[in-house]
Design a protein around this ligand. Sequence first.
Ligand SMILES: CC(C)=CCC/C(C)=C/CC/C(C)=C/CC/C(C)=C/COP(=O)(O)O
Length: 271
Amino acid sequence: MPSPRVTRAANTGSANPNTKFEFMTLLTNRINASEPNSPRHRASDSPVHRKDSFSSGATSSQQQPLPEEDCMKLNPSFLGIAMSSLLAVDLWLTKKMGVCAKDGSSWGTARPMMKLIEISGHGIPWIAGTLYCLYKSDSSAGREVNLNLLFALLLDLILVGIVKGIVKRRRPTHNRMDMFATFSVDKYSFPSGHATRAAMVSRFMLKHLVLAVPVRILVMLWAILVCMSRVMLGRHNVSDVAFGFFMGHMQYSLIEYLWLSPYTLPLLFRM
Ligand SMILES: CC(C)=CCC/C(C)=C/CC/C(C)=C/CC/C(C)=C/COP(=O)(O)O
């Protein structure tokens, strides 16, 4: 490799012509000797490249572009850099926000409260509650809404389980695995099942239940709290929760699309 001083001199054109010639000779020898069949070698053989590199003599070194392959090797792709940066921010934020991850953490005293919020977004109370409401509902509209909510909750369990099983992202290292009633895939963290459920159920309730404005606000606050508690308890990375929230919204749209109507329900029960 030429020294940086020689390279700079060659680029600025301020060194004597011999120095520039030596730099180009070194570069050319290295290309020719190392990878005779490489694209770089072939590029240097092409008439266009030869014209740029050599025929214009020592003065052409100022305009000489770097071979494209060198740029590719030295600089990772823009997408690669963007993804690594996002991941770094994600991990940094996750660590910073995990203030209830342990009893001795800065907000450790709020941990029992966060665990209550965690249970409020768990699958078991939601499925049990919906089954109870379905059993108790005495109108066809009530039965329809409850049955679709049950369908949504079960679909959520299946879809989250599939994505967790595919992605297999480990939970943050500062998480204590002391969660109530988990499946085997729940050792994985992407996406957050609580976040998908909170987003989906809150949208469902806002759309299908007649609620007073303060209750609607409470429902939204609950969904946000459930999502935040996942990161604060150290259960999830920020990106797991953000994607989970998005996925929950998509799941709700899917449920709206697949909505089980009073016309399809009798068919289901007859099967
Ligand atoms: C309640 C009744 C009558 C039936 C229950 C049906 C059943 C087996 C439901 C499973 C519920 C369950 C264990 C859900 C997992 C919830 C959980 C721990 C998700 C992980 O959330 P995350 O945010 O940490 O990804």
